[in-house]
Design a protein around this ligand. Structure first.
Ligand SMILES: [Zn+2]
Length: 165
């Protein structure tokens, strides 16, 4: 609906449809890290998984990127810059605790979706195992609700203490 956008290429859309059909919910074309001015194609914010589906030409796919015969001096540094930026983006996300998944647009959407689904599901089972075996490791949401519960109990106790004398 929005004309010539370089994003929302059909392989990416196909992957997104498959992920959605599998019941996964995600954000699209957002910055995984607010401080990093780069967007990922599909982002699972709570699980900290960023998925990139890279275009074969712009990202220098080893199978499909062929240096154009004209303007080599223009294209070649441009693609190299993109490659360096991709590597830097991955490194910065990983340093911040993110899982980075990169695929080429030439890969079959079904294969890509399958791997993403696997990564998302294994990430959630990992959390469950961790919080089950170690009481110390609790997600921020659980920790907050536990504190709230204690606060409510204290509040009731306090009110009674004030009312009784
Ligand atoms: Zn390719």
């Amino acid at each position: 609906m929005q004309g010539n956008r370089s994003r929302d290429t059909s392989p990416e859309l196909a992957v997104r449809r498959l992920l959605h059909a599998a019941g996964l919910r995600y954000r699209v074309n957002i910055r995984p890290l607010k401080s990093l001015r780069r967007t990922a194609d599909v982002v699972f914010t709570r699980k900290k998984i960023a998925v990139f589906i890279d275009g074969c030409f712009w990202h220098g796919c080893p199978d499909h990127y062929v240096i154009p015969k004209t303007n080599v001096h223009y294209w070649s540094p441009k693609i190299e810059t993109n490659l360096a930026r991709d590597a830097d983006t991955s490194a910065q996300l990983r340093a911040a605790g993110w899982t980075v998944l990169r695929y080429w647009e030439h890969q079959a959407p079904a294969d890509v979706a399958e791997r993403v689904i696997e990564a998302v599901r294994s990430e959630s089972s990992g959390e469950a195992v961790r919080s089950g075996s170690e009481a110390v490791v609790v997600g921020p949401e659980l920790a907050a609700s536990a504190e709230l519960g204690d606060g409510e109990v204290d509040g009731v106790g306090g009110a009674q203490a004030v009312a009784s004398p």
